[in-house]
Write a protein that binds this ligand. Structure first.
Ligand code: PHE
Length: 451
């Protein structure tokens, strides 16, 4: 009996859309703007670009190569090339996806909630914006919206890669792009927005020497590109032999970076034009909400048109979050399907349900959310990305040939050496150096238990 044919993306843009859908999400808007605010503006943007090029692109190509070559979800794919002893790295990916989705869905719930309250009652006055965010972002209300979002996400994953994931991406990604550009133009013509551009582009660049900023920038590069937990690997496993991996990787990275850049062009000019500097200068608790405090205020100022734009924007953001969340759940689900031969639908509902439960504390308390983000969204991604680099660089037999596929590319020799030495070394320092991501995660977790 032959194995059932593995599902593949439809010809053309199927993979690109889904991978861009995974990469573009709350990371580009919510997390990018708050990380930039927390790390002093322009210096962080510069570091983020550097980290994307030096660490992000090589690991992206590593995931694409392993995924396409093995044609399997992470646990089996790593076993395929490295034998059984490498399977636990796939297990780490699954755990990371689980951890990230548990709080990612909470933030996605906030965007759903802003969408619905925008429809019902418009957007808040500047003086109320912070208080409203406080209400939306914690407590049982937040938990209910989180659960609602998880139900939608699980529903799509249960239906399968082609039917669910491709179609959802195709429709709403372009809407989001158009709205973002429109908002960037609006922000540009508001009086007082100049200070925002200055903050974003020409702030004090000495901040780029700060270790904290470097580790956040590296983690942000991984998070935003969906790297370090097998999401891109899993999507690449549905790719055919003909696809050009370096080109696919570059497409995803360029789109992802473009969206983050434009999101910053919306958020920072708005913050300064609307006099909301306190949203970025008020310490960690409020920077976490930078996006959710500034944008609704801007929608309020725009009057009746603003309410409409705001609702469409929040809806598009919810969909961007959905296509990312789908890729997180897909990693967890595909493992049950591939390794233990579960059927897709029950596997998706079991995983989705468990993740929804684990996310409840993050919904009730933003401190938990922040700690989960440090553990899953920073430390585990950087750890997973570093180990995958070692795997492809040292364990796989002919990575450059596998990455090249049908088109030989001499430059891939450089890529292999980046994966062997440069990427693991930098990531190890960022993760384990005193004050690095491991100790940040530990400190935040410990603070939760000691109050
Ligand atoms: N890249 C997604 C975003 O920017 C988040 C994500 C991280 C998705 C890791 C999958 C894996 O929102």
């Amino acid at each position: 009996m032959s194995a059932p044919q593995r599902e593949h993306w439809s010809r053309g843009l199927g993979f690109t859309l889904a991978a861009v859908g995974s990469a573009v999400g709350l990371g580009n808007m919510w997390r990018f703007s708050y990380m930039t605010a927390e790390n002093g503006g322009a210096a962080f943007v510069l570091l983020y670009v550097l980290m994307t090029l030096l660490l992000g692109l090589p690991v992206m190509l590593a995931e694409l190569t392993v995924g396409r070559g093995a044609g399997k979800s992470p646990i089996l794919a790593l076993g395929h090339y490295g034998g059984r002893k490498w399977r636990p790295l796939g297990g780490l990916f699954v755990l990371t996806g689980f951890a990230i989705l548990s709080y990612y869905s909470v933030i996605a719930g906030w965007t759903l909630r802003y969408t619905v309250s925008g429809v019902l009652g418009g957007f808040p006055e500047p003086s109320n914006a912070k208080a409203l965010f406080g209400q939306i972002a914690s407590g049982w209300d937040a938990a209910a919206w989180h659960l609602g979002f998880m139900v939608i996400c699980t529903f799509v994953v249960a239906r399968g890669v082609r039917a669910g994931i491709e179609r959802a991406s195709l429709l709403l990604m372009p809407v989001l792009g158009v709205l973002l550009l429109g908002l960037a133009v609006y922000a540009a013509v508001l009086p007082g927005s100049g200070a925002g551009y200055a903050y974003y582009f020409s702030g004090d660049l000495r901040g780029a020497l700060d270790f904290d900023a470097v580790k956040d920038a590296a983690a942000q590069a991984f998070f935003s590109l969906s790297l370090g937990m097998g999401a891109i690997l899993t999507y690449a496993s549905y790719l055919s032999r003909q696809s050009d991996l370096p080109l696919e990787g570059a497409r995803v990275a360029v789109s992802d970076f473009g969206v983050a850049l434009v999101a910053g062009l919306v958020v920072f000019p708005l913050i300064f034009a609307l006099g909301l500097q306190h949203a970025v200068e008020g310490g960690e608790r409020t920077t976490l909400g930078a996006l959710f405090i500034t944008l609704p205020t801007a929608f309020n100022k725009l009057g009746a048109a603003g309410a409409v734009i705001g609702v469409i924007f929040m809806l598009a953001l919810s969909v961007a979050a959905l296509t990312s969340a789908i890729s997180l759940l897909e990693v967890v689900t595909a493992s049950l399907v591939d390794v233990w031969n579960w059927r897709r639908a029950p596997a998706a509902w079991l995983c989705g349900g468990a993740i929804a439960l684990v996310g409840v504390p993050s919904a009730l308390n933003p401190e938990v959310l922040d700690a989960m983000d440090s553990v899953g969204g920073k430390f585990l991604l950087v750890l997973g990305g570093g180990l995958l680099a070692v795997f492809v660089g040292w364990v796989m037999k002919h990575p450059a040939a596998e990455a090249a596929g049908l088109r030989p590319r001499p430059a891939l020799g450089v890529w292999v050496w980046l994966l062997r030495i440069v990427v693991p070394l930098i990531l190890a320092v960022l993760a384990f150096y005193p004050g690095g991501l491991a100790s940040e995660s530990f400190r935040k977790l410990a603070a939760l238990f000691t109050g």
